[in-house]
Design a protein around this ligand. Structure first.
Ligand SMILES: C[S@@+](CC[C@H](N)C(=O)[O-])C[C@H]1O[C@@H](n2cnc3c(N)ncnc32)[C@H](O)[C@@H]1O
Length: 234
């Protein structure tokens, strides 16, 4: 079934149909519905298939994203005492967070990813790694910075996402910063009237901005990514 779907998506018929607005809108609704209600594959399978499954080490777009994320963090002009990174993958951005942080707690759901991140380099004694599911497990509290990049897309249901955002805000110390980065979604999925049920792309960041305890400090939105830095109200 998956093979047939992939074949269809690479066909000329698919490309032609995508140009028809109504068709596109219905199609993206169905795609998002499917994504939302199908049980997600285990996160480990992404890393078992290949190392660096999203080409973070080589893709210029991703390298530019990391550079922009770092620029947002340094734009607030402070070192962060306690930092939490959720969804570290193989630790590419963790490397940039280490020098900015007094203490760095690094969590991921994938054991495979965590093992690779740990083996990536000799980390300082201030860096610790642990397995946690952001939806279900305790994540600690009183952080001066929380970075959640490319992770909130894993929670396609609006209600789950709202609960996770509340949890992130609660884990911040007053005045602490939250960096949310999301990969932009296809325009029909970002603009559709049904986005509050299945938020995608920049809508994920907008939802975070609706959390009463957070206020937006800075943002960087490109055609591919949406990054927003929030600060918890004192
Ligand atoms: C697309 S990668 C993003 C990696 C990195 N943050 C970045 O920006 O390059 C998503 C990461 O989030 C992790 N992840 C997915 N669902 C998670 C969950 N419920 N709790 C914690 N981590 C999760 C995955 O294992 C994966 O390492």
């Amino acid at each position: 079934m998956g093979g047939l779907w992939d074949y269809f998506r690479s066909s000329r018929l698919w490309r032609a149909l995508r140009r028809v607005t109504l068709f596109r809108s219905c199609l993206y609704f169905l795609i998002e519905l499917r994504r939302t209600w199908m049980s997600p594959a285990t996160v480990d399978s992404d890393f078992e298939r290949a190392s660096d499954p999203w080409n973070y080490e080589t893709n210029p777009l991703e390298l530019d994203r990391f550079r922009r994320q770092l620029a947002l963090l340094t734009s607030v002009g402070e070192d962060f005492g306690r930092t939490l990174e959720i969804g570290c993958a193989e630790g590419r951005f963790t490397e940039s967070l280490e020098p900015l942080s007094g203490e760095l707690v690094v969590l991921d759901l994938s054991i495979v990813a965590l093992e690779r991140a740990k083996a990536r380099k000799m980390w300082g004694t201030n860096v610790s790694f642990g397995q946690a599911d952001l939806r279900l497990d305790p994540i600690g509290r009183d952080f001066d910075l929380i970075v959640v990049a490319g992770v909130l897309e894993y929670f396609p249901k609006g209600n789950t996402l709202r609960q996770v955002i509340k949890k992130l805000a609660a884990a911040l110390a007053p005045g602490g910063c939250l960096l949310v980065e999301s990969t932009r979604a296809a325009q029909p999925a970002e603009e559709a009237w049904w986005w509050p049920m299945m938020p995608r792309g920049r809508r994920i960041n907008e939802l975070a901005g609706r959390e009463a305890s957070l206020r937006e400090v800075a943002s960087d939105v490109t055609a591919d990514f949406c990054m927003t830095l929030y600060r918890k109200r004192p």
